[in-house]
Write a protein that binds this ligand. Structure first.
Ligand code: ATP
Length: 384
């Protein structure tokens, strides 16, 4: 190859090189553009799709489920294939058109628990409780001491009860005792009423119980007081209706919560009932509410103490014989003695007096007795 030929070959090579480079460049550009167009198309498709609806699973039946949509209406719908296992209470996304469940989402409906329970730092002190000295002493040992001095129990090597059950007739001071122990240990007092839990929160009871205990832990030290615990924890012969199954789910959750914390955690549970006879033994098994404390109607001395507490600021006429007044309140509960004092005050006010006579008390006693009798009859009518 002479010099001229070599020169021509070089020029040709550089033309070929430039051509192939630019064609592979435009191929690359082409691919990039295609990819961008594809992405934009997908995005447009996504914008066109109607949004999915957030719903709550109420119950599952094979490949179908009952869901509740945000306005509260319920529908029986299909679960799409490939959707993970669902349970009642799960939150899911559903197609708007036919409400087919597409997938589970990792959020559960949260209650604003504080709206549904009574939560306070009570001011009730032991001094405001008449009679019941034995009960007070026992609660101080099994609830107050472990909260105040947990290290003592560790050193001695014993575990205090996680909770106690107060049982006895209405109005005898069970709530007062629970509040007083919360006050003396500077604990948060959380009150739940068993019957409300099962009546008001149908389908939600178990979840609410779980969240109440979560809150109790976060606000510790805490005393969780479950009044009318029998409404949740009554022995059941059969579990026929869905209502009964629902109560049972709530009860199971309560047991799980009781089992889930340690005796020396700063959460204590106090159950209260007028119907110990119908309680499911599971709730008073060791490691649960295993200390049973009877809170009876006050005896003569108890009635005197309770009367003195509730009448301490009352303006008595000179002729009042306290022993005579107290003697007429045999069989009265603390709540009835308190009601008698209030009623006596009203009899005085109605007669434009600022002092209370023995007759005011006698009339008040008759009135409270009458009301108690009526309530008793109503009770018998409902349950007897
Ligand atoms: P229930 O079983 O109906 O829930 P309870 O046993 O929890 O009733 P409390 O709510 O503690 O009764 O009592 C109601 C009211 O009665 C108290 O606020 C208080 O005024 C009065 N009372 C009851 N027992 C006593 C007591 N032992 N000493 C002083 N007051 C009492």
């Amino acid at each position: 190859m002479d010099g001229e030929e070599a020169k021509e070959k070089n020029i040709l090579d550089s033309v070929i090189y430039r051509y192939t480079t630019s064609s592979s460049q435009s191929e690359m550009e082409n691919a990039l553009l295609k990819e961008t167009i594809q992405k934009l198309r997908e995005e447009v498709d996504r914008f066109k799709k109607p949004p999915l609806m957030v719903c709550e699973i109420k119950s599952i039946a094979g490949s179908c489920a009952t869901i509740s949509i945000p306005n509260g209406n319920q529908f029986f719908v299909e679960i799409s294939e490939g959707c993970e296992k669902l349970r009642a209470g799960d939150m899911v996304l559903a197609e708007q058109k036919n409400l087919t469940i597409i997938k589970k989402i990792p959020i559960t409906k949260k209650f604003n628990v504080e709206k549904y329970v009574i939560m306070e730092k009570p001011k009730t002190t032991w001094k405001e409780i008449g009679g019941l000295s034995q009960q007070v002493q026992e609660i101080q040992e099994v609830v107050e001491l472990p909260l105040k001095k947990p290290e003592l129990f560790k050193k001695v090597g014993i575990t205090p009860p996680k909770g106690i059950l107060l049982y006895g007739p209405p109005g005898t001071g069970k709530t007062l005792l629970a509040k007083a122990v919360a006050q003396s240990t500077n604990s948060t007092f959380i009150e739940i009423v068993g019957s409300e839990l099962v009546q008001k929160f149908i389908g939600e009871g178990a979840k609410l119980v779980k969240e109440i205990f979560e809150m109790a832990r976060s606000k510790a030290p805490t005393v969780v007081f479950i009044d009318e615990i029998d409404a949740l924890a009554a022995r059941r012969m059969e579990m026929g209706t869905s209502g009964e199954r629902e109560v049972n789910r709530t009860f199971m959750q309560l047991l799980a919560e009781l089992d889930g914390f340690e005796p020396l955690d700063n959460v204590k549970v106090i159950g209260a009932t007028n119907r110990k006879d119908i309680l499911d033994p599971a709730v008073i098994r060791p490691g649960r509410l295993d200390r049973l404390i009877h809170v009876p109607l006050p005896d003569k001395d108890g009635r005197k103490q309770i009367f003195n507490i509730h009448s301490s600021r009352m303006n008595f006429a000179d002729n009042i014989n306290r022993a005579d007044v107290i003697g007429r309140m045999e069989g009265f509960s603390g709540a009835e003695i308190h009601a008698t004092c209030t009623e006596a005050g009203y009899f005085a006010i109605r007669e434009n007096r600022t002092y209370i006579t023995k007759d005011d008390f006698f009339k008040a006693i008759v009135k409270v007795k009458q009301e108690g009798k009526l309530e008793g009859e109503e009770f018998l009518h409902m349950f007897g």
